[in-house]
Design a protein around this ligand. Sequence first.
Ligand SMILES: C[S@@+](CC[C@H](N)C(=O)[O-])C[C@H]1O[C@@H](n2cnc3c(N)ncnc32)[C@H](O)[C@@H]1O
Length: 397
Amino acid sequence: MSVAEHLARVRDVALPVCDVLAERVDGARTPAWCEARGWSPFLLTLTDQEVREAEAHGLATAMPERAPESLQSLARDVARVTSLPGVTGTTPLDDEALRNVRLRKRAQLSRLLAAVGPMAEVAERIVDVGAGSGHFTRLSAELFQREAVGLEQSAERVASAKQRSQVRLASFVAVDALDELSLTPADLAIGLHACGALGDHLARAAARARCGLALVSCCLQKIATDVRSPLAGGIELRREHLGLANLTSQPRGVEASIEVTIGARQTRYALGQLLRARGVELEPGAEMSGINRRQANAGLAVVAVRALSLRQLAPPTDAELAHHEALAARDYAIIRRLSLPRSMLSRLVEVLVSLDRGALLEGSGLSVRVATLFDRSVSPRNIGIFAHQDRRRLPAA
Ligand SMILES: C[S@@+](CC[C@H](N)C(=O)[O-])C[C@H]1O[C@@H](n2cnc3c(N)ncnc32)[C@H](O)[C@@H]1O
């Protein structure tokens, strides 16, 4: 099946549930899409254990047998069209080269280096876009004995990448790749967790140059516009729909256990309610503006003090905190249940965008493979888009 054909199948599943994508569950009210499909009696009577299972493994995997047929059928369709082949294989890397590199990043680098080996062999230059600390740039230059250039917008990261790299063939440039990205057919472009607009830009640039590409998408919602227009047959998606892709469930939370993650979301909800009760007007999701999102793990008291002080408001009283904690516990039990069908669509959004990028590359005459590159415990953002002029150089999947 071509990428374009696969994309058409995903689109067929996604289009009828665009209303589900469009309406978030922001409060303890049944959303219109849930009412219309008659799913709320089932969702609202899920036991705590069933909710935990569905949050940990995804509702599609942990669907109780008594679920309405329409929900079960959607789950089957989503599972069918989002299933991707997996790329395996690793490149052994020595400990010295990986000093101070986090374990999960080491695993990503080792897998990606193995996957792109055959493409790198015939490339004249490797262009690592959004290079971050420059690990891939440095390691690929050394491993493949190729010129490798890391493009990164953060001057600070470029400075630390330069300082760290002793590799003659590796160089780093502080640049906004959205403005300056010039690829030739002899390049191998890399985007390891290239966020939002950068991923689209890289896909377009590689399609134009008809060069090799390995792109692992990340943070799809990081776009400058409210809407992401499809590149090649996808669906127009708003920024908040794209953010849904970050919610893909995972049994072992990558940054925190699932319980902690849910606790943090409940805290954010409580904070939003507390701020609104104080007369603050808030866009959805804006309650944590200016506060590191990990602070939500510390509980309502911590984030409320900070959020109120940022708005020059008096600190919270104990009674206020207790009141909003209790309300949030009650409401959030409902929100968690009603959110399950929408969360089930997160992987659909992520696969849709990956295939849309892949279809553009395919349309430019490149051979393309879209496959999972890592285990989700290594990174939940694990979909790789590989493109090359020579199909035989794509990673086996
Ligand atoms: C999620 S990090 C990934 C870093 C690295 N590739 C890795 O996997 O460790 C994304 C990086 O892309 C950089 N970035 C985002 N937009 C960019 C742009 N327009 N031009 C250059 N770099 C950009 C960010 O500063 C950040 O360092």
